[in-house]
Design a protein around this ligand. Sequence first.
Ligand code: FE
Length: 346
Amino acid sequence: MNQNSRRQKAVFGAAILTLGLMASTSSVLAEGVVNLYSSRHYDTDERLYSDFEEQTGITINRIEGNADELIARMEAEGANSPADVLLTVDISRVVRAENKDLLSTVDSPVLSKRLPQHLRHPDGLWFGFSQRSRIIFYAKDRVETPPATYADLAKPEYAGMICARSSTNTYQISLLSSIIAHQGEEAATKWAKAVRENMARAPQGGDTDQLRGIASGECDIAISNTYYFARALRSDVKGLSDSIDNIGWVFPDQSGNGAHMNISAGAVAVNAPNRENAIKFLEYLTSDAAQQYFSAGNDEYPAVPGVALSPSVAKLGLFRQDAINLSTVANNAATATEIFNAVGWE
Ligand code: FE
């Protein structure tokens, strides 16, 4: 072997060594990444994400913002969007992404098995991973017979007692959308008109403000999502936690359709560059441990049946849920807004 060929062999050997290194590096990276566009921002989410990274070797890149910003960003990025997973709260927001063709269908036996049918899109465009109910709260010392149903809120006996938020709010829209789905437009219109007439004040503020209205005595009855109340049970919420013992709650329609539900949802982006990892992440979210982190982060109910409730949510307890598919509810949103406008629920 001459000197030249020896050098060639050495170079070749180095090349093999380099290739070997590249191969081993890429096998570490083979699991890759998943790019998460998330409107969540809860402390317990850190464990949620680090557990997934440890279990799978997949690195999570998080891009956080409110749902509208994230959806606008996905739209602007188009086919080049790095988004793999979109996480939102409230069905209306994920349906907004669905209607802009930003989501892709997912056929996963794990997701189909773990999540109840009504909490996922029929074609797998989105999946609910935690849920909240929109229920009735009341002042124990001032309301002897609280409303037992949503329909009861329209009764004249509650005149001047109810606090509710603006009709531009997605939670309000989803609730009326479900009433339209169950009872039709005419009944929903009568209901919205009568509830508006029963209000103690013009609609204002967020859900916590409706509950604060009970605490301050301005309202006797309020409509709010469960997690705002559970949060005030768990930690100090100004103007609410101190008087929370005087606030009772009713899960409406327990002998009828069940209480109105909404979800925090996840979906795989239509142009997801890491689609397999995105599906793995959604599947991971249905594991018992992930369900606990995910739901506890926002004092919500887990979506997977049988998963333990966080302590604050356990105080509210289990109840009969409306099992209408949220796709059906979301499709009535425009009609709900028309009804609110027609009856003067501002
Ligand atoms: Fe909220």
